[in-house]
Design a protein around this ligand. Structure first.
Ligand SMILES: NC(=O)c1ccc[n+]([C@@H]2O[C@H](COP(=O)([O-])OP(=O)(O)OC[C@H]3O[C@@H](n4cnc5c(N)ncnc54)[C@H](O)[C@@H]3O)[C@@H](O)[C@H]2O)c1
Length: 327
């Protein structure tokens, strides 16, 4: 049994990951500040599920508070850390930049410092496909240049990769960054398009379809994300003395099968049994028209390839949504 710290444990991905780790017999310490960026009762409902496991502990804590994070690490001494707590969302970063600086930059350094001082064996952290900005070379590969973020959110995620690299270089801290591509599924995030679409379609309201529907997204099902994260936790990167490279690794974590937004909406309509009223709108500032993950490295190193078809993943999501909101 390992002692694993999962930050953002009340969040969408952190909740699913914690649950799977607990089922596997690990001991999980969840941390989250339960902020009200979206419905707090959903975060609490996820936590209530996690409290069913005897090896789950939880601290409500803001990772931007240096002393609290240092004390947490010193007291609990995690062996492994999966850092998922962050201010997510591209559009919100246009109106609330400081939330991103506090959680994603200050908070990130606090986590790095905690890992460094308690000699954590492996830090796995969430980056994002948004670091690719408006790159047009597809599929997106980790070797591509990512120096032109189109939102502050993306800039903070790119900064996280650089900061983690520095700690790997200076202190030999093994770190792995995962660039998640549009994750969806049960207990999902109410600010994301598939969730908003479902809400609106079921209540007979129009849905906002940006870039006139000419968007492509590499939608990745939550169970695939969790399986890949678990495999990555077990694969600590090594120092390569010959190549003078620190124990640092980056992976894309996407479905490797982009889907047109319009086709996505059609599959969702089929599962909901209701047609959407579509309001076609231009591309929003900060948004990118296409994401598509090259996952060759992930498959090579972990032997795992996400495989859940969108039709199956959305069916699970709709089932959960209707049961959770008693529709
Ligand atoms: N869901 C996706 O499609 C997606 C895509 C790319 C990257 N990511 C990244 O994956 C990670 C998890 O995303 P998610 O979809 O589960 O989002 P989420 O918002 O559901 O989860 C993040 C959790 O972190 C917590 N948090 C935020 N700031 C905090 C702070 N200062 N201190 C403590 N807790 C804090 C929030 O309360 C939330 O519960 C994030 O880093 C996000 O940027 C997600």
């Amino acid at each position: 049994m390992s002692r694993i710290l999962v930050t953002g444990a009340a969040g969408f991905i952190g909740f699913h990951l914690s649950q799977k780790l607990l089922v596997k017999g690990e001991s999980v310490l969840g941390v989250d500040n339960l902020n009200n960026y979206y419905d707090v009762s959903l975060k609490q409902a996820r936590l209530a599920q996690l409290f069913n496991h005897k090896d789950f502990q939880f601290f409500q804590l803001d990772i931007a508070h240096q002393a609290d994070v240092a004390e947490l690490f010193a007291r609990w001494k995690p062996e492994l850390v999966v850092h998922l707590a962050a201010q997510a969302g591209v559009r919100y970063s246009l109106t609330h930049p400081h939330a991103y600086v506090d959680s994603n930059l200050v908070g990130f350094v606090n986590i790095l410092e905690g890992c460094r001082h308690t000699k954590v064996k492996h830090l796995v952290f969430a980056s994002s496909s948004s670091v690719y900005g408006a790159n047009t070379k597809i599929p997106f590969s980790v070797g591509d240049r990512v120096d032109h973020p189109v939102s502050l959110y993306a800039a903070t995620k790119k900064a996280n990769e650089l900061m983690a690299y520095t700690y790997s270089h200076l202190y030999g801290l093994p770190t792995t960054g995962l660039r998640f591509f549009t994750v969806y599924g049960s207990w999902g995030r109410p600010d994301m398009a598939y969730f908003l679409f479902t809400q609106s379609i079921l209540s007979g309201k129009p849905i906002k379809v940006f870039n006139y529907g000419k968007m492509r997204r590499d939608f990745t099902y939550i169970d695939d994300i969790v399986e890949a994260v678990i495999r990555v936790i077990d694969r600590k990167p090594n120092t390569n003395v010959g190549a003078n490279s620190p124990p640092y690794k980056l992976y894309n974590l996407g479905n490797n099968q982009p889907v047109n937004l319009i086709d996505f909406i059609e599959i969702l309509e089929n599962h909901l049994g209701v047609k959407a009223q579509k309001e076609l709108l231009p591309l929003q500032p900060g948004d990118v028209p296409e994401t598509y993950a090259d996952i060759d490295d992930l498959v090579k190193d972990t032997g795992f390839k996400p495989s859940t078809p969108l039709d199956v993943g959305l069916e699970h999501f709709v089932k959960w949504y209707k049961s959770y909101y008693t529709i």
